[in-house]
Design a protein around this ligand. Structure first.
Ligand code: BES
Ligand code: ZN
Ligand code: ZN
Length: 471
């Protein structure tokens, strides 16, 4: 709780504001590192140097020191940074420094100040739906030209975090669809939706099969935006609002965080919002297949065979491999439109986490040059991805004895790859396609990465799209 401030004032307080030339009374933050500490010290008063020595400030990355003027006022903040990691440089400060307004000093070792400001803002995020903010963020005053591009990324990241953090009771398929509708309204995009049995009428049988056991109807939401003559971009996101595993029920531990299984949908929606805000030169389609993977008498069973939209027959080996099932109808539909590019995001497999850990989304691509460009974009914006192969010989791991293939093989080896190979069957070989298997979650608090829902791979793909579809 922030000193008795009403909630509307708390929300109004932002981690970033515009900096103006005449501004006074904002506290300078100077970045430094062990190699530059001597030069930094020379700019200080004798009393301040003594203070630094007393607290043992060695400019290690993450260390910071508050320096005061003779009258006791906060005069300057020194922070040790790794100049190669600008995004993390200030990430801890916005939630640690005393509330007030700061700016980056002209002196300092950071070259990418915009990335540092982004890290500052990302570190100030708090999820306030169920309790008031724990504190007001410290505010960073940034050059006016930086504010709008930063706000887009900050809003998009907060949207992913908020949606993923919201429990299923408050974010079922209907509420997820409502979030897409809000974005459609803001950007005057067209919205279409197939709910419940309408999915069967419109030939989305696999989405229906996964979602039919829940009392909250499955749906497919489609947002379209942009000039029909521009290159077609389709974004797809896995919107499993809760994944019990279905009849192949997860264990308690395995189920605990499965409210986040719509993280792919949150990424796709946030990316669509960025594309529309940046007015990229595309005809955009956003597809969100959304369901609850629940247990009931009406649930799909292991051994059932489902005819997918594409006409391919899938034998259900495991009802917990449900993400690829809802995605395959959406990808088939996307592919029918012969787009310039399809990008899908999904919290698809535990195997991707075994391979790469929580922080590195797995990237799959059916074009090498495309993958290279996305990886490079991710490196450039501090949002790394790692590529895994669509290794053709592993397709046989999905052989079925009675249908075209199974949704998951008996062997769990290469689980992220076999899931991607399953999806690939529904994308025309002529269509460039990117698939991100992402965790969408921080297991613990770290600077700039609060515990809970997280955007991973979002800024990377957006940077890539900005390059590909610049106005
Ligand atoms: N939503 C899960 C994958 C998941 C689990 C992502 C934990 C992130 C954290 C997915 O639907 C699933 O259950 N996948 C199974 C696939 C298996 C049955 C082939 C998995 O990864 O175990
Ligand atoms: Zn599952
Ligand atoms: Zn799932």
């Amino acid at each position: 709780m922030i000193g008795g401030l009403p909630p509307y004032l708390q929300r109004a307080m932002s981690a970033l504001i515009e900096r103006h030339a005449g501004d006074r009374h904002t506290v300078a933050i100077e970045t430094t590192d062990p190699a530059h500490l001597a030069a930094t010290r020379r700019r200080l008063s004798a009393a301040q140097r003594r203070c630094l020595a007393e607290v043992g400030f060695g400019a290690a990355a993450g260390a910071f020191a508050l320096l005061h003027a003779a009258n006791g006022e906060l005069a300057r903040v020194l922070v040790g940074v790794d100049a190669q990691e600008p995004l993390g440089a200030l990430a801890a400060l916005s939630s640690t420094l005393p509330t007030g307004i700061y700016h980056l000093a002209d002196e300092g070792v950071l070259t990418d100040r915009r990335a540092a400001a982004l890290g500052w803002a990302l570190g100030a995020y708090q999820f306030t739906r169920y309790r008031a903010a724990q504190r007001a963020p410290a505010t960073l005053a940034v050059p006016p030209a930086d504010l709008a591009p930063l706000h887009m990324l900050i809003d998009a990241t907060a949207l992913v975090r908020d949606l993923v953090n919201t429990p299923t009771e408050d974010l079922g398929p209907e509420q997820l669809a409502a979030a897409v509708k809000r974005a459609a309204k803001t950007h005057r995009a067209k919205l279409r939706e197939w709910v419940g049995d309408a999915l069967l009428d419109a030939n989305f049988p696999t989405i229906h099969a996964v979602g039919r056991a829940s009392h909250r109807a499955p749906r497919l939401v489609e947002l379209t935006w942009g000039k029909a003559s521009d290159p077609k971009l389709v974004l797809v996101g896995k919107g499993v609002c809760f994944d019990t595993g279905g009849l192949n029920l997860k264990t308690g531990d395995g189920m605990r965080w499965m409210k986040k299984d719509m993280g792919g949908a949150a990424h796709a929606l946030a990316l669509a919002q960025l594309v529309m805000q940046a007015k990229l030169r595309v005809r955009l389609t956003l597809l969100i297949p959304t369901v609850e993977n629940s247990v009931a008498g009406s649930a799909i069973r292991p051994g059932d065979v489902v005819t997918t939209r594409a006409g391919l027959q899938v034998e259900i080996d495991n009802t917990d491999a449900e993400g690829r099932l809802i995605l395959c109808d959406a990808l088939a539909y996307a592919s029918e439109q012969q787009p310039d590019l399809i990008v899908d995001f999904a919290t698809l497999t535990g195997a991707a986490r075994v391979a790469l850990g929580a922080d590195l989304p797995a990237l799959f691509a059916n074009r090498d040059a495309l993958a290279e460009r996305v990886l490079a974009a991710g490196r450039a914006v501090g949002d790394p991805l790692w590529r895994l192969p669509l290794w053709r010989p592993y397709r046989q791991l999905l052989d079925s004895y009675l249908a075209d293939f199974v949704n998951c093989g008996a062997s769990r080896q290469a689980g992220a790859i076999t899931a991607a190979l399953y999806l690939e069957r529904f994308v025309a070989a002529s269509t460039p396609w990117l698939h991100l298997d992402t965790y969408a979650w921080n297991d613990a608090d770290r600077p700039g990465r609060p515990r809970g829902g997280e955007a991973m791979g979002l800024r990377a793909v957006f940077a890539f799209l900005q390059e590909r579809y610049a106005r």
